[in-house]
Design a protein around this ligand. Structure first.
Ligand code: FE
Length: 418
C-alpha cells in the first residue's frame, strides 16, 4: 500500500514542472532539472529536498538564501524601466564604471533599476562578456565548452541595460580636478565614477609575467586551455590558496599532472584550524597532484622549450606551463592618479563604498575596508545596491560587511570554510 502511494506521489511530483531558485547573494540560479552534481545534488533534486547545509556552489551561502526565480522577459524589464523614476538630466555625463566583471555589471544593473534615464558608460579592458568567474575553477572537470562559459555577450548585456560599453579599452588615468577619465579610446567625462576593475594575481619578482599564467579572468583562462591542448601536460602551480588549490584539482581531473608549490606546509593554510589542507591532501591521494610545501621559488627559467623552477632550497621542477596563484593585489595606478586613499587596496567608507574622493566609489576585489581586502562574491551585489542608492539619492541602502563563508570548489572534496 505504502509502496503504491509512494509511486503515485512520485508520479505526481514528476508532473510538477522543474522550478528555478536564485541565490540572493550572488545570482547563481539553481535549476531543479540540473541539480548540483558537484555539491551532491543529483539532477532532478527538488528544492524542498535540498539539505539545509548545502552551499551555493558560487558563493557559499546556504539554501535559506535562495528564493524562487522566474527569468524576466524583455517586456517585463522594459515595463519596469518605464515605471522607475528618471532623475538624470539631458547632457549629463552620468556614471562611468571601470570594469565589466561581476562587480561592474552588478553596478550597472543596480543603477538601472533605480533610474531608467541615467547615462551609464562601462569601460573595460576585456570583451565585457558576462560569465561566472568561479566556474573557471571547475570548468575542466565538468567538460564545459569554452564558449559555453559566456552567459551573455558584453554587447547583449549593454543593450539589455541600455548602457554604453567600451570594451577592449584601458582606463589610463583619472583627472580628478576635471572629472575626466583618460582611456586608450579617448577622454571620457563623468559625474560619478565607480571603480570596479578588480585585482590581479600578484607576481613575486621571481616569476616573470611572460613565463607564467595569471588566471583571473575568462580570456586568460581560455588562452591557458588552448595552450594545454588535448594531451596531458605537466603544470606547476605556485601558490596553494583558494585559486591555486581549485585549479590544481580541476586540471588534475582533466588529466594533467600537477605540481603544487607553496611557502606554507599545507594547502589552504589560512584555514588550517578547520583542517582544510589535511582534508584536501587526503582527497587528492588518487589524483596526479604532487603538493610540495615549505618552498619558495628562487628562479623560473625556460630550458629547451619547457620551464624549470628552482626553489631557494635547490629543488628543481620541470613543467610545460606555470601558473602563478600566490594571492591577489589591486593594481594601484588608477587610484594613485586620483590621489585616492590607499590601505591594502582602495580605501572606502564601509557604509556607502565612497573613496576619499566625493565623486568616486569603488567596489569588489579592488577595495579594502579598514585595510582588509574582501575578495568574495557574496558582498558584490549588496555593495552595488549601496552605491546605486548613494548616487541616485534614493533611500540609503547601507552596506554591511559580513564574515564571508568560502566554498572551496575542489570538486573531489568540496569544503565550506569560515
Ligand atoms: Fe551564491
Amino acid at each position: 500500500m505504502n509502496t503504491s502511494l509512494n509511486t503515485i506521489a512520485a508520479a505526481v511530483q514528476a508532473l510538477v514542472p522543474w522550478q528555478q531558485y536564485i541565490c540572493d547573494a550572488c545570482g547563481y540560479i539553481y535549476n531543479e532539472a540540473d541539480g548540483d552534481p558537484d555539491g551532491g545534488l543529483a539532477p532532478g533534486t527538488r528544492y524542498a529536498d535540498i539539505p539545509d547545509d548545502w552551499a551555493c556552489p558560487l558563493c557559499g551561502v546556504t539554501k535559506a538564501d535562495f528564493t524562487p526565480y522566474t527569468p524576466p522577459s524583455l517586456e517585463a524589464l522594459r515595463a519596469g524601466l518605464q515605471t522607475s523614476a528618471p532623475v538624470a538630466t539631458r547632457g549629463a555625463a552620468g556614471v562611468l564604471i571601470v570594469g565589466a566583471g561581476r562587480a561592474g555589471w552588478q553596478m550597472a544593473e543596480a543603477l538601472r533599476a533605480l533610474d531608467a534615464a541615467l547615462p551609464i558608460t562601462v569601460v573595460t579592458a576585456c570583451a565585457g562578456d558576462v560569465y561566472d568567474k568561479p566556474m573557471l575553477s571547475i570548468a575542466m572537470a565538468r567538460s564545459t565548452a569554452l564558449d559555453a562559459m559566456v552567459k551573455e555577450s558584453g554587447a547583449a548585456a549593454a543593450a539589455r541595460l541600455n548602457v554604453r560599453l567600451l570594451s577592449h579599452t584601458h582606463a589610463v588615468r583619472i583627472c580628478a580636478d576635471t572629472n575626466q577619465l583618460r582611456t586608450t579610446r579617448g577622454v571620457l567625462r563623468f559625474d560619478r565614477l565607480v571603480l570596479a576593475h578588480g585585482a590581479q594575481a600578484a607576481l613575486p619578482p621571481t616569476l616573470p609575467a611572460a613565463m607564467c599564467w595569471r588566471i583571473n579572468h575568462l580570456a586568460a583562462y581560455q588562452k591557458l586551455r588552448a595552450a594545454l591542448g588535448d594531451t596531458p601536460k605537466d603544470i606547476a602551480i605556485v601558490g596553494a590558496g583558494l585559486i591555486g588549490s581549485e585549479l590544481a584539482n580541476d586540471l588534475a581531473l582533466g588529466g594533467h599532472r600537477i605540481t603544487l608549490l607553496d611557502v606554507q606546509a599545507e594547502p589552504l593554510a589560512r584555514w588550517s584550524a578547520e583542517g582544510a589542507g589535511t582534508q584536501l591532501l587526503d582527497a587528492w591521494k588518487d589524483l596526479a597532484i604532487r603538493f610540495v610545501g615549505g618552498v619558495q621559488v628562487a628562479q623560473l627559467e625556460q630550458v629547451a622549450g619547457r620551464y624549470r623552477i628552482t626553489t631557494t632550497c635547490g629543488q628543481r621542477f620541470a613543467a610545460d606551463q606555470v601558473i602563478a596563484a600566490a594571492g591577489l593585489a589591486t593594481p594601484p595606478r588608477l587610484a594613485q592618479s586620483a590621489d585616492l586613499k590607499w590601505d591594502n587596496g582602495i580605501a572606502v567608507d564601509p557604509a556607502n563604498l565612497k573613496t576619499s574622493n566625493e565623486r568616486i566609489h569603488a567596489m569588489g576585489d579592488c577595495i579594502a575596508i579598514n585595510g582588509q581586502p574582501s575578495r568574495f562574491i557574496e558582498p558584490i551585489a549588496r555593495q552595488a545596491r549601496a552605491i546605486a542608492a548613494d548616487i541616485c539619492g534614493t533611500a540609503p541602502a547601507p552596506f554591511e560587511p559580513r564574515a564571508a563563508v568560502v566554498r572551496v570548489k575542489t570538486t573531489s572534496r568540496p569544503l565550506t570554510l569560515h
